[in-house]
Design a protein around this ligand. Structure first.
Ligand code: SF4
Length: 557
């Protein structure tokens, strides 16, 4: 492409990502600045076409951070689906369910609220706009602007718009903009593509303790008014066991929402070993289990979605501050997997980042020396207390057999220390086991799922129900570095797990003759969940940001 001149748009502080971490950070920063009489120009970019359109969550909110940020949040109209969280916890076998007589203390939700994250995010966005924060939806950060020698961060470049598949400018071409700032706060969410670039250059991630992830597949279902579940006591239901079994991390959830709706989902740990496992099909099996099937009978899917969760926690957090930048929310492993929650920790991390930014402006020093106050703030806050207690939890769940329960039990009575501290983990891309001939033969006769188009839908209908759209004529945002590996080695060893772990049928292997096959990509279906970059066994896939405004359009999930 011909040389492009990019405009520079300077801010004092730039937030990258309009999720709860970035929005809470921007609101807190502007509020503190106003109290101190400081003029700080704040910008926030979001790759989705509007705030909330890429926000998808399990959606139980511990309001602790929200209360600190906006004490009168209820009076201000915060969208809460239900403030009655009565927990129930079930162990599932294929055909039966057993209520667990006690819910572990860290899973108690009595002071929490069921929310739709996309609605909460929109509401936070209105508050941010009211404070004068410049919000730019539809702007995807695609390049980190590094200072000299790659030792500091100066801002973020947004992607060009109006470029065709071959990389040529179309008639509607608009060059990206260089957004510069004295501090850039990265809150891209799980497996951010910019923080990956920063990690490679500035080595902010631990090598020995990699970030690890789970994929959540989720739906909002409308139940008929006469459905007895709507008047039942249960508002929050968690399950473990079937269909994942005891060797694969994860479980199901069901939350009661307003207007006869429920939020239903299954979370699958991406350290699973079986290349034939398909998270979305597991979710359908979960829906067909008698406990869940009876509840959702007669219902209709309103919206679907998928995303990954960064669940490694305490030991997998990166360095949180570098010269000119801070890292917040899921990008920085702030989710507490033991409590199955990350919105409160994401918001608090954004707020603590804002407090460090204020100090940086007061000292006129934007290096790690002053911005490092954020790391100290996290260490001294309730985020650290929660995370320290949960520091080995996901790692324990990754163990096999009885060892898993021994670790979890020991941690329960020792403030998280357990039998080994820290427990080491592998990257999710390194856990798949090569297929044997028997497994391949068995896979050929595996039963095919049935769909009814209303309550059980195939992947493509799921993509439609997520509202996902992309400009078709643009460069493919999924970089498969070596397709020969896909068509030969990966096929032989794993039967192309990308065709199964992707919840949106983006990857397909087309048979073209005896021993000849070709990888075909459908990038327009992409839900931006990032599972492919995380789980590919050859690390052969890199997810990059497509043209701003593309992707899902979540509104109620
Ligand atoms: Fe998720 Fe990758 Fe599939 Fe997109 S292509 S939906 S990021 S697995």
């Amino acid at each position: 492409m011909a040389n492009v001149t990019r405009e520079e748009l300077p801010f004092d502080v730039l937030f990258v990502g309009g999720g709860p971490a970035g929005l809470a950070g921007a609101i807190h920063l502007k509020t503190l600045a106003q109290k101190k009489g400081m003029e700080i120009e704040v910008g926030l970019i979001e790759k989705g076409d509007s705030l909330g359109s890429h926000s998808l969550s399990g959606a139980i909110l511990d309001p602790i951070a929200l209360k600190e940020l906006i004490p009168d949040y209820l009076e201000k109209g915060c969208p809460i689906e239900s403030d009655q969280c009565r927990d129930s916890f079930y162990f599932l076998t294929k055909n039966r369910s057993f209520a667990v007589p006690f819910t572990p203390k860290y899973m108690h939700n009595e002071n929490c609220a069921v929310i739709s994250l996309s609605r909460l995010t929109r509401w936070l966005g209105q508050i941010a706009e009211g404070l004068g924060i410049n919000i730019f939806p539809g702007f995807a950060g695609t390049r980190v602007l590094f200072g000299e020698g790659g030792k500091s961060i100066l801002g973020v470049g947004t992607g060009d718009k109006g470029v065709d598949k071959a990389g040529k400018q179309k008639s509607n071409f608009e060059p990206g903009v260089d957004l510069t700032a004295r501090v850039t706060v990265f809150g891209e969410g799980s497996k951010g593509s910019l923080i990956r670039e920063i990690g490679e250059k500035m080595r902010i991630f631990s090598i020995g303790m990699p970030q690890i992830f789970e994929t959540a597949v989720k739906e909002v279902i409308e139940l008929p008014e006469t459905n007895p579940f709507l008047t039942s006591e249960i508002t929050v239901l968690h399950t473990f066991g079937y269909p994942l079994g005891m060797e694969t991390k994860g479980g199901g959830f069901l939350y009661k929402m307003k207007d006869n709706r429920i939020s239903l989902g299954l979370v699958v740990g991406l350290d699973y070993e079986d290349p034939l496992l398909e998270p979305r099909q597991m979710f359908l099996k979960f829906k067909r289990h008698p406990l869940i099937g009876n509840i959702i009978s007669g219902g209709k899917i309103l919206q679907t979605g998928a995303k990954t969760l960064s669940v490694g926690g305490y030991y997998t957090m990166p360095m949180l501050a570098v010269d000119g930048a801070l890292f917040v929310g899921d990008s920085a492993s702030m989710l507490n997997s033991q409590r199955l929650k990350g919105i409160h920790t994401a918001m608090k991390s954004g707020m603590l980042a804002a407090e460090a930014v204020i100090q940086a402006f007061e000292k006129n020093d934007f290096t790690r020396k002053t911005l490092g106050a954020y790391e100290i703030g996290v260490e001294q806050s309730w985020i650290n207390k929660e995370h320290y207690q949960a520091r080995n939890f996901t790692q324990a769940l990754s163990q096999k057999g009885i060892l898993k329960f021994m670790h979890v039990g020991a941690q329960y009575f020792s403030n998280g220390k357990g039998m080994k501290d820290p427990i080491s983990i592998k990257e999710d891309s390194a856990t798949l086991k090569k297929l044997s001939k028997n497994q391949i033969e068995a896979a050929k006769i595996e039963e095919k799922p049935e769909y009814d188009g209303t309550l059980f839908v195939d992947k493509l209908t799921g993509v439609f129900l997520s509202g996902t759209q992309h400009v078709e004529d643009q460069p493919c945002h999924l970089l498969v570095h070596n397709t020969v590996i896909c068509e030969t080695q990966c096929y032989e060893e794993f039967r192309n797990p990308c065709t199964r772990f992707c919840p949106a049928q983006v990857y397909e292997i087309v048979e073209e003759g005896p021993d000849q096959r070709r990888l075909v990509l459908n990038p327009s279906n992409c839900l931006h969940c990032k599972t492919c970059e995380i789980k590919d066994p050859y690390k052969n896939i890199t997810w990059t940001c497509p043209e701003g405004g593309g992707g899902p359009k979540y509104s109620i999930v």
